[in-house]
Design a protein. Structure first.
Ligand SMILES: CC(C)(COP(=O)(O)OP(=O)(O)OC[C@H]1O[C@@H](n2cnc3c(N)ncnc32)[C@H](O)[C@@H]1OP(=O)(O)O)[C@@H](O)C(=O)NCCC(=O)NCCS
Length: 152
């Protein structure tokens, strides 16, 4: 794998980012119910969207949302989406993307980065978020996990 890098989503990478092929069974975890319900509350202008490039190839994408005054604590400094192509999973791409977003959160003065995900089963991103340091704080009303990465 060449050195990974994050780039702002552009016309050149948008199609590839939108058509990343996940592993069978993972699709249902891309958008947890808690986020689906909150979709209208997210200001698109506050989204931070990046693709992960390995050489010229788009291997992943991440969307963060920053909105310090949001009444929902899930939406103040959060991972909104993170997807890694099936063929590139298990090689540190997801970790790299989340670290990039964590760095952005820190530079904006946030002390934590949060995520909501649907737990359970091999296809859930639960083990991933735990492996990279997220701690579960509570369940949402839809049974999703609300987890936090403390930014040192
Ligand atoms: C979750 C996802 C982003 C992980 O990406 P990835 O590039 O495969 O993850 P990484 O290679 O960076 O893994 C980082 C750590 O998590 C662990 N991990 C990742 N997926 C795992 C899994 N399914 N089971 C167990 N551990 C896992 C890795 O072993 C690694 O830990 P280590 O460093 O201690 O060995 C990817 O599987 C994905 O796109 N899933 C579908 C979309 C999704 O669910 N997104 C989250 C929505 S909230």
């Amino acid at each position: 794998m060449a050195e990974l890098r994050l780039e702002q989503l552009s016309a050149a990478t948008a199609a590839a980012a939108n058509s990343l092929t996940l592993k069978p069974g993972q699709e249902q975890f891309v958008q947890p119910t808690t986020y689906a319900q909150a979709e209208s509350d997210v200001k698109l202008s506050s989204a931070w969207t990046r693709v992960v490039l390995d050489g010229d190839e788009v291997v992943g994408m991440i969307i963060g949302t920053f909105d310090a005054d949001n009444s929902e604590e899930e939406l103040r400094s959060a991972i909104w989406r993170v997807n890694v192509a099936a063929s590139a999973q298990g090689r540190g791409v997801g970790r790299f993307a989340v670290h990039g977003l964590a760095e952005e959160a820190r530079s904006r003065g946030f002390e934590r980065l949060t995520v909501v995900y649907e737990p359970g089963g091999d296809d859930s991103p639960e083990a991933f978020f735990r492996a990279i340091g997220f701690e579960v704080l509570r369940e949402t009303q839809y049974g999703d996990h609300f987890a936090v990465l403390t930014l040192g």
